[in-house]
Structure formats: C-alpha cells, structure tokens
Design a protein around this ligand. Structure first.
Ligand SMILES: *Cc1c(COP(=O)(O)O)cnc(C)c1O
Length: 365
C-alpha cells in the first residue's frame, strides 16, 4: 500500500489544478510579476474574508510577524510575551525586531498560552503579547485582551496556523493591533512558495507596513522612512486567490477529517485534542497525545502512516535559545513535547485512508 503522508500540499493542487495552471499562465503572459493587481485584489479579498479593514501581502509568515511588530514600534529593549511551543519563527520574528521573547507556559489540554501565568511574566519592559493560535485552535483571546488592556500593552496574533479559525464568531487576527499569516505551502491557505499577510484595522499601521515592505517608499524611488524588501509576488497571489475562493470547501474537508478522528478513535492510550471555549478550530494540524508516543509513531510508520511532531524540542531548549540568560521553567510545554503526535490531515486525504488510520490507531496497544 502507498505511504500516507502527514501533510500533502500537492493533493490540494490536484483538486484545483486546472484553475491554478491557468492563473499561473495568466500572470506569466501578463508580465507584471511584483506588486500588481493580483496582490492588490488578493489583499482586498483577504481583508474581506477575515473581516479586517486592511491586509498587506509580504514575503513570509515570519516577515508578517516581524513587520507587524516594527509597525507598532516594538524594538530594542522591549520584551514580548509568547510561548515556547510554537514554530521557532514566532520567536525569531520577535528577535528580528530587536525585542526579547519571554516565554510563558501553556494550558496542557489545548496547547495554547495559559493566561493565568502571564501577569507574573509582565515587567516594566513588557510591550506586547503575541498569542499563537496553534494547530488551528484559538488561544483564550478574551482573557488575553483583558490582560493587554489592563497593562496597556499591545496584543498581536500569530495566525500562521489558523486561517479559518474563529473566536466568538470573528476571524482570528482581528482582535488586537495586528494579525500575521503565513502562506507556506502546508498551511491552511498555502502558496507554492513563501508568502505572508498582515491584517490590521488601523490606517496608520497599514501605511507604515506598506513602507516597511518596500524600502520605505510612499512614492516610487523616494524613501520616506526605512524599510526592507518583503513583497508577496503576483504568481503566489494569483494562486492564493483561487485557493481562497475554494477555501470554505477545503476547510470543510479538514474539519471532516478531524471529526472522523474524534468520533472514530477509541483507545485509552490516545488523548484527542480539545477546542478552546468560544473557538471554532480549523484543524491545521490534528495533534494527539500519548504516553507511548514514540512507540505509536513507529507502529504507524510500519503501517505506512507517516506522522510528524510539532514540535519535538520547545524553543527555549533549542541550542540557539538555550544560551539566553534566563531559562524559564515551562512544565507543560516540556511535558507535552514528549507526548504529541500530528496525524495526517490535508485537503484531498480520502475517506478510505482516514478509516484505515482510525482502524490502526484503535488496534494500537
Ligand atoms: C509557519 C509559521 C510561521 C512562519 O511562517 P513562514 O511563512 O514559514 O515564515 C510563524 N508562526 C507559526 C506559528 C507558524 O506555524
């Protein structure tokens, strides 16, 4: 039997191949390859989808978070509260903005930041909280925005894994100063290369972001401020527009897979993920826990089911970060990193394969 991959962006390409191929050809023959109508239209459609006033396309999800921090004046000497169980990009973006990440532990059940631990981590240098809506599960936004308001610090959302996630009936990324998104190919809305987006409701922040992504230009060749090069290109935008048009249906496919796992897996050795209260999970990843994780992973692999671990080593324990002066104790972050396993989930994974995976999971001892 064929290997079942944990993620498979080419399966989604196959679903919309005709339209995607035509869109690529259209951009190639039109001849505008950087910041043209595709990007402009995609930004408008993305803003409309998420319910934000502005959206600005950038080169990656890492850049989206980095530039969002810069746009709201987070920089040298500032501390930014976030989690250690996330893509390392979250912390790298904070460092790239010259700020210092301060890691807070998570809630063991839903894998997102534990709001009760935040006040202890707030000090005179704290300028922002970056919430990560991990695996497609929204963090406890209501508690987080209350804390941010109380201490007069900024609230930013890293939504790289949560396009299609709602909290209190609003799309994530719309609750704070900015929301950042990634179009890395395996993400819920994935390009065929790198790409990212920042959303905001604030016009001044939007204008700043436009300068930051292109040399500080307001008019071509005239730099009004300092800026870099972090542009989304036309081919990616054209592909993303097609995927956005089909997004409701690809999201349904993800949720249907998650529901099959949730309803079908009955094994004492496997703990299923839980949605946060008030959140509609978009199941970017389907992450289970097991005390026999390593054994389970090899067993599945022997049965041609490949899985991943998001993430095997928490950020604060990775070599680049372990040298940082104060080492936090993050009990649950460390605990779950030995137990988590990401099961196959992607648009285009068919029912027969999911039934097979559920069956194998139920027969694991
Ligand atoms: C993927 C990801 C990023 C980075 O996105 P890139 O487009 O790869 O730069 C940032 N944060 C989280 C939580 C991610 O999953």
């Amino acid at each position: 039997m064929k290997t079942i991959y944990p993620l498979n962006p080419s399966a989604e390409y196959q679903l919309y191949k005709t339209e995607i191929d035509a869109a690529i050809a259209g951009v190639l023959s039109k001849g505008t390859y950087i910041l043209g109508d595709e990007v402009k239209n995609f930004e408008e459609e993305f803003a409309s989808f998420t319910g934000s006033r502005y959206a600005i396309g950038v080169a990656s999800g890492t850049d989206a978070l980095y530039l969002a921090l810069k746009a709201i004046n987070i920089g040298a000497g500032d501390e930014v509260i976030t989690v250690s169980n996330t893509a390392v990009a979250t912390a790298m973006a904070i460092l790239q903005a010259d700020a210092t990440p301060v890691f807070v532990d998570i809630d063991e059940a839903n894998f997102t930041i534990n709001p009760e631990l935040i006040e202890n981590a707030i000090g005179p240098k704290t300028k922002a909280i970056v919430a990560v809506h991990l695996f497609g599960n929204a963090a406890d936004i209501s508690a987080l925005t209350k804390i941010a308001d109380k201490y007069n610090i900024k609230f930013i959302e890293d939504c790289a894994q949560s396009f299609g996630t709602y909290y209190d009936h609003k799309h994530v990324g719309t609750f704070g100063a900015c929301g950042s998104f990634s179009f890395y190919p395996t993400k819920n809305l994935g390009a065929i290369g790198d790409g990212g987006m920042v959303i905001t409701d604030d016009e001044a922040t939007y204008l700043k972001l436009k300068g930051l992504r292109q040399y500080g230009w307001e008019k071509r060749y005239i730099s009004e401020s300092f800026g870099w090069n972090s542009r989304l290109d036309e081919i990616q935008a054209a592909i993303l527009r097609i995927k956005l048009r089909h997004f409701k249906s690809t999201l349904k496919m993800r949720i249907a897979i998650a529901e099959k796992y949730i309803n079908g897996v009955k094994n004492q050795d496997i703990i299923l993920p839980v949605s946060n209260i008030n959140a509609i999970h978009s199941y970017h990843l389907f992450v289970i826990k097991s005390l026999k994780r390593d054994k389970l992973k090899s067993y599945l692999s022997e049965n041609n089911i490949e899985t991943l671990i998001h993430y095997p080593v928490p950020i604060h324990q990775q070599p680049a970060f372990a040298r940082m002066s104060s080492q936090p104790v993050l009990k649950y972050t460390e605990l779950v990193s030995d137990q988590i396993l990401s099961l196959p989930i992607y648009a285009g994974l068919d029912d027969a394969n999911i039934d097979y995976i559920v069956d194998k999971l139920n027969n694991f001892r």
